[in-house]
Design a protein around this ligand. Structure first.
Ligand code: GAR
Length: 217
């Protein structure tokens, strides 16, 4: 069942927390031609749920603590996501590791934002790790989600300088300003059909998106 030409792309956003990236998508939804059908959180107190309700978007909570294991949680989560029939799933500060089955189910139609210049600094506590390493550049990356954690093909990165007096909080807020630019950009590309994942390769307008080499771990 395809969409009518130029109709907004149906999206489901998964969150665990503040939802500032969700807000950036809500604010630009019309411009980038998406409709957010639902926001789903694994945490009932995630502030992003209030942002969604404020915007008139359906919300749901699938609490991971109520399931015996990751597989059972992911099955319930996928059932809730699929109820809304999204063409794109957007992970926006969703802080759960997903099973391979879940990831494969949404392969090529699920994006994540990660607070580092991938492939550098996969995993958690990226801002402090960047400071500890003494790197002079940091940023955020949007990537297609593949079974390798934080390892899928990168779509776009936003860079910021690391300043001498930065702590993890000042650095995080500078990175988040970039996140709020690059995530709507990546989603806009996907919505217009320009961005795709083909055989594990991210392409924009049919051209492979260049992938940076790792400089830090
Ligand atoms: C963002 O900085 C995002 O990059 C990060 O969580 C934050 C969510 O902020 N994601 C990860 O660390 C994923 N491993 P938000 O809830 O205000 O959008």
């Amino acid at each position: 069942m395809g969409r009518l030409p130029n109709s907004p792309l149906p999206v489901v956003v998964l969150i665990s927390g503040s939802g500032s990236n969700l807000q950036a998508l809500i604010d630009r939804a019309t411009e980038i031609n998406i409709t957010i059908r639902a926001v789903i959180s694994n945490k009932a107190d995630a502030y992003g749920l209030a942002r969604a309700q404020e915007a008139g978007i359906a919300t749901a909570v699938v609490d991971h603590r109520q399931f015996p294991d990751r597989a059972a949680f992911d099955q319930a989560l996928a059932a809730e996501v699929d109820r809304h029939q999204p063409e794109l799933v957007v992970l926006a500060g969703f802080m759960r590791i997903l099973t391979e089955d879940f990831v494969i189910h949404y392969l090529g139609r699920m994006l994540n934002i990660h607070p580092s210049l991938l492939p550098d600094f996969q995993g958690l506590n990226t801002h402090q790790r960047v400071l500890d390493t003494g790197a002079d550049q940091h940023g955020a990356s949007v990537h297609f989600v593949t079974p390798e954690l934080d390892g899928g093909p990168v779509v776009i990165r936003g860079e910021v300088p690391v300043l001498a007096d930065d702590d993890a909080d000042t650095l995080a807020s500078r990175v988040q300003e970039q996140e709020h630019i690059i995530y709507p950009q990546a989603v806009a590309w996907f919505a217009s059909g320009r961005l795709r994942l083909n055989n594990g390769i991210a392409t924009l307008d049919g051209q492979q998106i260049p992938q940076a080499k790792a400089r830090h771990t």
